[in-house]
Design a protein around this ligand. Sequence first.
Ligand SMILES: NC(=O)c1ccc[n+]([C@@H]2O[C@H](COP(=O)([O-])OP(=O)(O)OC[C@H]3O[C@@H](n4cnc5c(N)ncnc54)[C@H](OP(=O)(O)O)[C@@H]3O)[C@@H](O)[C@H]2O)c1
Length: 283
Amino acid sequence: MQLLDNGVKSSIPAFTADSSSLTNATPKNITVIGGSGRMGQLFVQQLSAAGHNVSILGSKGWDDADTLLSQADLVLVSVPIERTIDIIKLAAKYLSPTTALADITSIKTQPLQAMLEYHQGPVIGLHPMFGPKVKSFSEQKFVVCPGRNEETFQWLLNWIKTLGGNIIVCTPEEHDRLMVFVQATQHFSRFSLGAFVTEEQVDLNRSLLLSTPNYQQEIDIVKGLFAQNPQLCVEIMLATEERCQAIAHLASTYNRLAQLVEQKDRSGLIQEFEKAKRFISNF
Ligand SMILES: NC(=O)c1ccc[n+]([C@@H]2O[C@H](COP(=O)([O-])OP(=O)(O)OC[C@H]3O[C@@H](n4cnc5c(N)ncnc54)[C@H](OP(=O)(O)O)[C@@H]3O)[C@@H](O)[C@H]2O)c1
């Protein structure tokens, strides 16, 4: 039993920083599938800056797949969520059994299962908990879901650690369960707030002039969401059936509470508040 970075006990292996392997790290041949995309570019740039030989396989590059994939030490899959499984299946046909295969998809169970099913060699699932605009990996979180022969990826995880990144190890199931709240329902509530202020035609500049720090912070976050590509926001909400169901559940919670407000049911609202307070104060 290992104690993970996030304090959760698990029987899955913890990765350790091994400084000797940092200094002796030899350049690797790496192919990033989707390396011209937003996250792909970030990884291509960071891995190249570390001295590795990095190639990109984009949507029109499959004629060169044999050259780009069969010689690679590491293949990193960074493609839209809905295409990930098909691309893993296709890429696996070209991989040597010793190639390390990883993905950075925002969901982990299905991509990891697909990598394990279609590739015989080392496999790991990663989820960078940040967007493509970060300047470096310093203080950024990387969720790591071990798949097979994790020791093959020790150099990669050590490299992330030396750049100041934090590794959090968990199972893909735990990752996906928690991402429903960390990402999907969170996106939905901010998306809803943005849609609401639009419907209400709120003068945001004026409201910010009169705002509390909390309101300012909330509006900044909502503005950040709407500065993104709409595909990404929608993809995050629709990525799994569990996410869609949790969003529907959140909407029914809003409705139930709104009904209490409409009925001016003070004691009902206070009961709801106390119940949530008892739960939330445990953390
Ligand atoms: N963006 C984020 O904030 C973020 C954060 C954490 C994790 N992620 C994950 O990172 C992954 C990529 O996201 P992104 O935002 O970087 O997406 P993106 O900007 O849309 O890039 C996706 C890339 O996939 C490539 N692609 C599509 N179909 C392909 C195919 N058949 N073969 C090879 N390449 C193909 C595209 O290549 P072409 O340009 O050649 O068409 C494109 O460059 C997703 O799984 C997402 O869940 C994203």
